[in-house]
Design a protein around this ligand. Structure first.
Ligand code: PLP
Length: 387
């Protein structure tokens, strides 16, 4: 249940007194709440010196809060330092020597997803690509390559380059019918609206805290579907992957019966404080409210850019897009700095100008970005329209 209105929520982010911030796809804005959470960590350090029990407990609190936010059980969540860390742990636990050795990836993956699986080619993995057509990646592209040799299909939910959103429930149905696992990368979406990981049906999921979960770098989550946990023994491991890390055994390796078996070293404690601050703040507005606000702003911005005759790379259908809208520029890095000169924080990938929305943004932000883009239209590509 929401306890904060959208206006009260926005007021938690001081940057809006100085800037129009539309860069959550890169880094969420800093809230007073996350700042206070970090202070709580340093205060505990000052006050007690080495309160490890408290710090480990805080990480457990975070595990529980995150699990609830995606509709999972806490036992299905590993707290890891980065999405890469979670992907590596799963990849290291898989055996590519059997009939199923193919890893099928779409061309919209974030580089780290590709790099981890490419690194496993030396262990027998074979990468197969689901090819995109421009900024479109349909189910047919996956259907053409997922088969009885496919072990796993890592798939980003929203593409960091063009804002395209893949139909993960459909992909899961396709892959499971053909006996393959699905590994969702939800980094460009988690926190920007509700998510039900069970309804999506995926086997694994990674996401991290620094974007729409409005916290900071250094902490991320891996979800592993309960039925798979005890079938997997990662070779990328460490003492926090044990049944009881504080048993300090060095003569044997036991595997936690929960997803914490995919963790390795000392948890990122300061980041856990910050992440919990972010999740609590999101709870206080509510994911449904966040999702509706984001969708409204995305529609307002996307349709204004389209109507202005610019090349919008993000799909028009609400079901096929996330919180990020990408417009084609002739020189996107130059456009980013021109926008910065107008008080707008955005980002670019290639010649795509990225603008992304969260519940802290409002209609006035959208209109200011649209006006600035029109003023800088010499740096934007024009759509060729048939008459
Ligand atoms: C889709 C996606 N996956 C993963 C990451 C980052 O992964 P890591 O936490 O390993 O740095 C990003 C960051 O930009 C991303 O956009």
């Amino acid at each position: 249940m929401s306890t904060l209105t959208a206006t009260q929520f926005r007021a938690r982010f001081p940057i809006f007194n100085r800037r129009i911030y539309v860069n959550s796809c890169s880094q969420g804005a800093l809230s007073l709440d996350v700042e206070a959470a970090l202070r709580e960590y340093t205060d505990s350090w000052h006050a007690e010196g080495s309160p490890w029990e408290l710090w480990v407990e805080k990480t457990e609190e975070l595990r529980t809060a995150f699990a609830a936010s995606i509709g999972a059980d806490r036992e299905e969540i590993a707290v890891v330092p980065s999405a890469s860390g979670g992907i590596n742990a799963i990849a290291s636990a898989l055996d590519f020597r059997g009939v199923r050795s193919h890893v099928v990836m779409g061309e919209f993956e974030f580089p780290t997803m590709a790099h981890v699986w490419l690194a496993h080619e030396r262990r027998g993995a074979s990468i197969r690509w689901a090819r995109a057509e421009g900024d479109r990646l349909g189910m047919d592209a996956y259907a053409a390559v997922v088969d009885e040799r496919t072990l796993i299909v890592p798939a980003t939910h929203v593409c960091f380059r063009n804002g395209h959103k893949t139909d993960i429930a459909a992909l899961t149905a396709l892959c499971h019918a053909r006996g393959a696992y699905v590994f969702l990368d939800d980094y460009q979406r988690t926190g920007s609206g509700p998510i039900d990981v069970r309804a999506l049906g995926v086997d694994f999921m990674v996401t991290g805290c620094l974007k729409y979960q409005i916290a900071m770098a250094g902490i991320a989550f891996l979800y592993v579907r309960r039925e798979l946990i005890d079938q997997l023994e990662p070779t990328i491991t460490g003492w926090f992957g044990r049944v009881n890390p504080f048993a300090f055994r060095i003569d044997e390796i036991d595997w936690s019966s929960t997803a914490s078996r995919f963790e390795s070293g000392t948890p990122p404690v300061p980041n856990a404080y910050a992440a919990l601050g972010g999740l609590r703040l999101l709870d206080s507005i509510g994911y449904d409210v966040v999702g509706r606000q984001v969708e409204r702003l995305v529609e307002r911005y996307r349709s204004a850019m389209h109507a202005g005759g610019f090349v919008v790379r993000t799909p028009a259908e609400p079901a096929r897009r996330g919180p990020l809208v990408v417009v084609q520029s002739l020189d996107a890095p130059a456009l980013v700095s021109r926008l910065a000169g107008r008080g707008i924080v955005a980002s670019s990938r290639g010649n795509g100008l990225r603008v992304s929305f969260h519940a802290y943004n409002n209609e006035a932000d959208v209109d200011a970005v649209v006006a600035a883009m029109e003023a800088e239209s010499a740096l934007l590509e024009r759509a060729v329209r048939s008459v």
